[in-house]
Design a protein around this ligand. Structure first.
Ligand SMILES: [Zn+2]
Length: 275
């Protein structure tokens, strides 16, 4: 347990996510035989090489791919490739039909988590940061997988596709305690970035197609809390728990928000779900 995650201190249960277990009423198309296939392109800088070794040694992309592959079928194999990009980014590339995860983004998040993990020995802090990096890497891969699914299966996304992608990522992370921990890491990073963005220029942030980091932060906490209120009670701000990050007025609606997200994605993906 890490000190900066007080609101998620005691993960003991997991959500009843219906994704993959929805009752099928019509004969579905068989999920395709394709899977996510993890790969690591040779790093082009020394910093990137640090992140390549970290990701490879911990089989980070293999783990994310296996989790998604157990649930969702694809019509063809889709590479999830870590690579040097020359910029901080992750993306679905419709041309090559592949997901890219830039070593530069991993390095960027490493800096964010190093600022959060400030207690313990150097080795303990480094381990905490690497655990967080594994967590947020899963979140990033599942977000990009949502863009891939929307493109490949021509899924209708109402509202912002970026929000729909964050929602699928939450769903894929909400079903067991290991992945709930991953979701917490991503949320902590967005919280830190939102704090930093407050100092920045809002006019530069508003044109971006993603919701603001602060909105992604509150949405993700809300949905994770909504998926499993008993485990995440500490997230809700109350008189007894003034440090809870989620205002009680929002928290009240979160179980329903999560349920709607679960139903929407489960319905959209039903023909392509395994098991
Ligand atoms: Zn996106």
């Amino acid at each position: 347990m890490r000190y900066h995650r007080k609101w998620a201190a005691a993960l003991t249960s997991a959500a009843l996510v219906t994704l993959g277990t929805s009752t099928v009423t019509a004969a579905p198309a068989a999920p395709g035989p394709g899977v996510l296939v993890a790969g690591y392109a040779p790093a082009e800088t020394a910093d990137d090489l640090t992140e390549q070794k970290f990701l490879e040694q911990n089989e980070v992309l293999e783990g994310a791919a296996a989790h998604a592959n157990a649930l969702i079928g694809l019509p063809q194999d889709v590479p999830v490739m870590a690579l040097s990009c020359g910029e901080i980014n992750a993306f679905w590339d419709p041309e090559s039909q592949g997901i890219g995860y830039c070593y530069e983004l991993v390095g960027y998040y490493r800096g964010v988590f190093d600022q959060l993990n400030t207690t313990g020995t150097d080795a303990q802090r480094n381990r905490a940061t690497e655990d967080d990096l594994i967590g947020i890497s899963n979140s990033v891969v599942f977000h990009e997988l949502a863009h891939a699914l929307i493109d490949i299966y021509d899924l209708p996304a109402t509202g912002r596709e970026e929000d729909a992608a964050d929602q699928l990522a939450t769903l894929l992370l909400a079903g067991d305690t290991v992945h709930q921990e991953y979701a917490v890491s991503a949320i902590e990073a967005w919280g830190a970035l939102a704090g930093a963005a407050e100092q920045g220029d809002i006019d530069e942030q508003l044109p971006d197609e993603h919701s603001l980091d602060a909105q992604r932060y509150y949405n993700a906490i809300c949905w994770l809390y909504g998926s499993d209120p008993s485990s995440f009670q500490g997230a809700v701000q109350t008189e007894a728990n003034p440090d809870g990050p989620l205002p009680a007025s929002r928290a009240e609606r979160c179980p329903e928000e999560f349920q709607k997200i679960d139903e929407a994605w489960s319905t959209l993906l039903q023909p392509y779900l395994k098991g």
